[in-house]
Structures are given as structure tokens and as C-alpha cells.
Ligand binder design. Structure first.
Ligand SMILES: *Cc1c(COP(=O)(O)O)cnc(C)c1O
Length: 379
């Protein structure tokens, strides 16, 4: 089903977010991981889709909890009335506020754990902790040489009543390559770490490892909880695999000016595109200040009423030009040009990412500037 944008209607650059698509995508992931709880990852303002409306949509779609990076992101959701369990796994500031707001905390080292314990003492309530184990990503997480110290500190902190160890988790280095042998290595290191924690009297109830890709492709990595992000937004979790996810964000703008130009005329700064024939061009008010990356210049097409038209010349800060062809392509001023998203003939954010040498995560979170976010669809 498409969000089919009206041929005419938008009056400015818009990132329209379909909350029904987000709820649908959440349900798709949940169906792939039926035995696990589902923690929707809403970091980075829900990958640029807006954390609060997305929270409502993922919960409607079957998510049972929400994960974010910083304590501030978690507390903003709490203050907006989100009552489900929240985990902040990279928060290192604001522990006291987190404990006070019933936000669970990730710990990646004995130092972080000590700070969490100090905050719990100050607040007078135990902190609920998920210890993050570095099983080979070598980014955050407790490294192997600090595990024993961390485990012993967890045991002591639980005895003293400052901490409850609820979760043990890790993050995958090759999540988007379902056949990669390193997934097995990380799974086994995580399982061995959990076994060691249990042998020392700890009783974690939530073991988790799977991002979107592993949630959709690797049941052996589901454990108690899955942590999908990109799939919820209808991105591409695994290249060349179709899971029936629907793009949630449609980035679109009106064509605000149409003009005729002659064969040989140059378009936009530097005249990097010279019209090969008399033609009609259209102006779209979106530029690199809004997340239309300048390296896309001359390398993408927009969709208008289901037809595709090439972008020509340099993308500027605020605007770019499209070639409508000698007959004007049937396009009128005020028609909606879809840059990417859920509309007939439109690119997906992943197409931009391929052209740019990045991933759709960065395209989504790069939408900014004058782009106005709107919401459609029922969660
Ligand atoms: C971002 C993130 C996720 C979600 O990853 P996707 O690939 O977007 O599904 C899960 N866990 C952690 C720790 C993350 O940082």
C-alpha cells in the first residue's frame, strides 16, 4: 500500500511519516521473533522520524519496550507519557535522573557501573542494569579482560541493594550479513558470559543481541529480546532481501517554478549540466541544508505522479533543478515531487545511500533544515 501523495497539495518540503507503516513494520519483526520480547530502537529521534509519535506507533505494532542511546532521549519519552520499559545504553550522564524516571541503564565498564551504583545510592532506589558485553565489535561493552571485575562488582552491588541486573546484551559486528561466521562467535561468547554470570549468582532475565537484520534472519540470536531499529522505519536491514517492510518516511516537495530553456543553456552553479536539447526544467525547494546531499548532484531522479524525472546540475543549499523534458512531462507548478519514500516510482532512502556510499540510516537522520515533519496513517 502506498502513502500516495496528492499530485498537488504540499506547500513546502515535507518529511511525511506514515505511522501505520511503522506499526506494520513492527508487527513484521515481531512475527519473525515470536518467542522474544521486542525493544524498538528509537535513538537519534527515532532515526529522524520523531521519537514520540514513533513510540506510539511501535507500541501499537507490538513492541513491548523502547531502547535509546542517551538518558536525555529516554527521559524525554517518559515526560511525554511513555510508560513502557525504557533502556538507555550509552548514557553516561544523568544517571540519577534516569533512576528517578525508572529508566534502565546500560553499563559497559566497571567505572560506569560504579557511577550507576553511586547514583542509585543518592536516589535511594536500585538501578535496573543491563550489562553490555563486548563480544567482538570492539566498540562499547565490557571487554573480556574487565568481565570478571564487572561481574564481581555486579554481585556486590546486587547484595547491597543498589542494582538489579536485568539484562546481559551485546551488539553484532556483521548483523547485516546473515551468513557471516562471526555471528556464531558473538552468540557463543554472549552465551558463555551469561552462563558465567549465572554461575556467580546473577539472574539476568533479558539476554539480547539482535538488531533488525538478526531479528529477521537469525532465530538463534533472538534470546529473550530483539532490538530492531532500521526495519521499523522501512529501511533495508539486509541488502537484496524483501521482508515486506514499508518505507515510513516520504521526503517530498512541490515543484515551485517551471521554465523553458534552450539547447546549450547551462543549469545551476558551474553550469555542470548543459541542456542537450530545448527543454523544460522545474525547480524544487530542497537542498543540502535540508538533507539533499550535494554529492547527489546529477545522480538521482524524483517521482512526480508516478513518472521519474532526472535531477540536473548542482544541488544547492536550498534548491535543485529537474529536467521535465521538451514537452514538460505533464508537470505543473504545485505538483508534488517525491525525493524518496513510499510513492509510485519513487526511490527509497537506500537508493540515495547506494549512490552516496553510505547507508539509509544516515539518509534518514540527515533530513533536517527546512523540512517539515508531518504524520499520516493510524498506528
Ligand atoms: C542502533 C542499535 C540497534 C538497532 O540496529 P538496527 O540495525 O537499526 O536494527 C540495536 N542495538 C544497538 C545497541 C544499537 O546501537
Amino acid at each position: 500500500m502506498n502513502t500516495t501523495l496528492p499530485a498537488a497539495g504540499l506547500d513546502r518540503l515535507t518529511a511525511q511519516v506514515d505511522l501505520g507503516a511503522i506499526a506494520h513494520n513492527t508487527a513484521v519483526v515481531a512475527r519473525h521473533a515470536p518467542s522474544a520480547a521486542l525493544m524498538a530502537v528509537l535513538k537519534g529521534d527515532a532515526y529522524g522520524h520523531g521519537a514520540l509519535p514513533v513510540a506510539r506507533a511501535v507500541l501499537a505494532g507490538g513492541a513491548t519496550e523502547i531502547g535509546v542511546t542517551t538518558v536525555d532521549e529516554a527521559i524525554a519519552l517518559r515526560e511525554d507519557g511513555v510508560t513502557v520499559p525504557l533502556l538507555s545504553w550509552l548514557g553516561t550522564a544523568g544517571y540519577e535522573r534516569a533512576i528517578d524516571a525508572d529508566v534502565r541503564l546500560g553499563a559497559s565498564s566497571p567505572r560506569q557501573l560504579a557511577n550507576i551504583v553511586a547514583a542509585a545510592r543518592a536516589v535511594g532506589r536500585p538501578a535496573v542494569v543491563h550489562v553490555k558485553v563486548d563480544t567482538g565489535l570492539n566498540r562499547n561493552g565490557v571487554s573480556a579482560h574487565e568481565w570478571a571485575e564487572t561481574r564481581d562488582a555486579l554481585v556486590a552491588a546486587e547484595r547491597a541493594g543498589h542494582v538489579r541486573l536485568q539484562g546481559v546484551f551485546t551488539h553484532l559486528a556483521h548483523g547485516d550479513e546473515p551468513e557471516h561466521p562471526f555471528l556464531d562467535v558473538q552468540r557463543d561468547v554472549l552465551a558463555a558470559t551469561v552462563a558465567d554470570a549465572r554461575a556467580h549468582g546473577l539472574t539476568p532475565t533479558q539476554v539480547h543481541a539482535a538488531n533488525s537484520a538478526a531479528s529477521l534472519t537469525r532465530p538463534d540470536l533472538h534470546f529473550d529480546l530483539v532490538r530492531p531499529g532500521i526495519a521499523l522505519y522501512g529501511g533495508v536491514p539486509v541488502p537484496d532481501r524483501d521482508f515486506g517492510l514499508r518505507p515510513a518516511m516520504t521526503f517530498a516537495a512541490p515543484v515551485i517554478l517551471i521554465k523553458r530553456i534552450a539547447r546549450g543553456d547551462g543549469v545551476s552553479y558551474g553550469h555542470t549540466w548543459i541542456a542537450p536539447r530545448d527543454t523544460v526544467v522545474g525547480l524544487v525547494p530542497a537542498g543540502y541544508a535540508d538533507g539533499v546531499w550535494r554529492p547527489l548532484s546529477g545522480r538521482f531522479e524524483v517521482a512526480i505522479g508516478g513518472r521519474r524525472f532526472p535531477q540536473v546540475g548542482r544541488v544547492c543549499m536550498d534548491q535543485f533543478v529537474i529536467d521535465l523534458g521538451p514537452d514538460g512531462g505533464g508537470v505543473s507548478e504545485g505538483d508534488t515531487a517525491v525525493l524518496f519514500g513510499d510513492a509510485p516510482g519513487a526511490d527509497r532512502a537506500a537508493d540515495w545511500a547506494d549512490t552516496l556510499g553510505t547507508i539509509d540510516y544516515e539518509v534518514f537522520t540527515g533530513v533536517r533544515g527546512r523540512a517539515v515533519r508531518t504524520y499520516a496513517g493510524r498506528p
